[in-house]
Each structure stands twice: as structure tokens, then as C-alpha cells.
Design a protein around this ligand. Structure first.
Ligand code: ATP
Ligand code: MG
Length: 283
């Protein structure tokens, strides 16, 4: 683990979110690379303490599917986190690549393993989206950012710009009475994953046409009152079914992470079973 912030040398900026910047850094003594996330200092003390407490939990998290935290530092008003560096960046940055179903099945499997772990520990992520799904050269996919987004989505208006976007929020978070929002919060993460995978497949946010700008009230109406989006007819039946299982509008009908891990889309694309003929599988 990283014991001192001054041991870290900044190499380049990796990106910026609404909460602050992320830098690629090198540990001077060990040469190990980390991603340093710097959260701006404009929060009250209670929120800061809560973010730090949450990140302490993340430090203890032992899942190969969740980005590890290696150090937490307070510097004046800022909070710095030394995170596991993911050299392939986020799925959002790769959105222009055509992502094959096979690749997306590997992504889905790993993110679902991460969600299964979090949900088993009674943790809801609340901010699954392509920019929070990171990849490395070993083709490992990991979930980033659970601590910070959880706190900020609890303490601020969910559509506050700090949280970035509520575009990936499930219908039950806007309208809990109609869509089973009181049932449990875990299904919201599954909705967000389904939307993120579909976005990676079609190359744009599924509730908007390519290049269309978000008009927030219209988008919220589409999420709550429209049909859920689906892959084009050219996609395989397994992929279309998988996305349907993630995007049931009523939270109570949505599949859980454990159920989705056994879906034929993942089984037929698993590294162990390279080619299972479609007709042998029953959905
Ligand atoms: P928002 O603030 O709206 O949630 P975001 O997720 O893009 O958006 P950040 O979490 O601050 O914002 O991350 C900014 C970018 O930094 C990410 O999109 C990603 O490309 C990069 N990044 C974040 N964490 C890591 C990491 N551990 N390894 C490599 N790159 C990272
Ligand atoms: Mg993020």
C-alpha cells in the first residue's frame, strides 16, 4: 500500500469527472503505477468523513472485480485516493470501438461477479455506467467508484451535477411506487449495467439517437413511461434476451446478478465453452 502522498509522482492526467481529476502516478520507490483520484474540497466535514469511511471499507474489499484502493490521504480540503491503475481506461473511452457480443459477454460476466460480491455484502453501487467500468491489458474488467458515488447520491439531489448524470438510473428510482422501488435497491445496478452494455454495443446512449443531446425532462419521461431499449434485430437471440432480463422496467421482474451469471448469453460465450450451438440451449 501507499503510505505517503509525496511518494507519488504525477505522470499525466487520465480524465476528469464532476468530483475532481484522476492522474496516472508512479510510486517513486517501487515504480508501481496507480491512478490518483483527487476529490475537490468543497464539501462539508460530515460528507468528507463519510467519503473517507466509505473508502476505508473499499480498502478492505477483496474482489478481483472491484478496483482496489491502496491509500487515502487528506490534503487541505482535498481527498486523494491511490487506486489500482487500469491501463485500458474505461468502457466509455472505448465506445467508438465496435464491441462484439463475445467481448461484451466477458465484460458482463466480470461486472456481474463484482455486483454479486457487493450485493452479497449489502452494498448497492448506484452509479454503474461505462465510465465506471475499467479494463486492463489482461482483459480484466473492474467496477470503480462505489464509495464516493454512494455518499454523494445520498447526500445530494440525485440529479445534482456533482453526481454527473442520472441517465443510467432505473425507473424505480424516479417512480418507486409503480416500478417496485421499495422492493430492493440492488435491481437498480442491474438496470444500469444493461443500459451500459447496450450503449457499448450500439455506440451511443440507448435512450437517445446517435449525436442527440440529452434534454433531461424528456429523458426521464422516456425512462419511466417508454418501452425499455433493446439491441437491433441483427443481434443474437441470447444477447437480446440478456438485455431484456436486465431492463425489465419493474424492479421485481429484473434478474439478479447471480441469475444473470447463468444466462445462456454468458454460458455460450464463456472462455471454457467456446462454441455451444445455439439450438442446444434453452432459455
Ligand atoms: P463522473 O464524475 O460523472 O462519475 P467519471 O466516472 O468519468 O464521471 P471519474 O471517476 O473522476 O469521473 O474518472 C474520470 C476518468 O478517469 C474515467 O472516465 C477514467 O477514464 C479515468 N479513471 C478513473 N479511475 C481510473 C483508474 N483506477 N485507472 C485508470 N483510469 C481511471
Ligand atoms: Mg468514475
Amino acid at each position: 500500500d501507499v503510505s505517503d502522498l509525496s511518494d507519488l509522482e504525477r505522470i499525466q492526467i487520465l480524465g476528469h469527472g464532476s468530483g475532481g481529476n484522476v492522474y496516472k502516478v508512479r510510486h517513486r520507490k517501487t515504480s508501481a503505477l496507480y491512478a490518483l483520484k483527487v476529490i475537490h474540497g468543497n464539501h462539508d466535514e460530515a460528507v468528507r468523513r463519510q467519503i473517507i469511511r466509505e473508502m476505508e471499507i473499499l480498502k478492505k474489499t477483496e474482489s478481483p472485480y472491484i478496483v482496489k484502493c491502496h491509500g487515502i490521504f487528506e490534503k487541505g480540503e482535498e481527498i486523494h485516493f491511490a487506486l489500482e491503475f487500469m491501463d485500458g481506461g474505461s468502457l466509455e473511452q472505448r465506445r467508438s470501438d465496435m464491441m462484439s457480443e463475445r467481448f461484451l459477454a466477458q465484460v458482463a460476466r466480470q461486472v456481474l461477479e463484482g455486483l454479486k460480491y457487493l450485493h452479497r455484502h449489502k452494498i448497492v453501487h448506484r452509479d454503474i455506467k461505462p465510465s465506471n467500468l475499467l479494463i486492463n491489458k489482461k482483459q480484466e474488467v473492474k467496477i470503480a467508484d462505489f464509495g464516493v458515488s454512494r455518499i454523494l447520491s445520498q447526500t445530494l439531489d440525485p440529479c445534482n451535477t456533482y453526481v454527473g448524470t442520472c441517465a443510467y438510473m432505473s425507473p424505480e428510482r424516479f417512480d418507486p411506487e409503480t416500478y417496485g422501488g421499495r422492493y430492493d435497491g440492488y435491481a437498480g445496478d442491474i438496470w444500469s449495467l444493461g443500459l451500459s452494455l447496450l450503449e457499448c454495443y450500439i455506440g451511443h446512449f440507448p435512450f437517445l439517437a446517435a449525436g442527440q443531446k440529452a434534454d433531461w425532462p424528456a429523458l426521464m419521461c422516456a425512462i419511466c413511461y417508454g418501452d425499455p431499449p433493446s439491441p437491433p434485430p441483427t443481434a443474437s437471440a441470447h444477447f437480446r434476451s440478456f438485455i431484456t432480463c436486465c431492463l425489465h422496467k419493474d424492479a421485481r421482474n429484473r434478474w439478479t446478478a447471480a441469475q444473470l451469471l447463468a444466462h445462456p448469453f454468458l454460458l455460450s460465450n464463456s472462455p471454457q465453452a467456446p462454441t455451444i450451438p445455439m439450438q442446444r440451449l434453452t432459455i
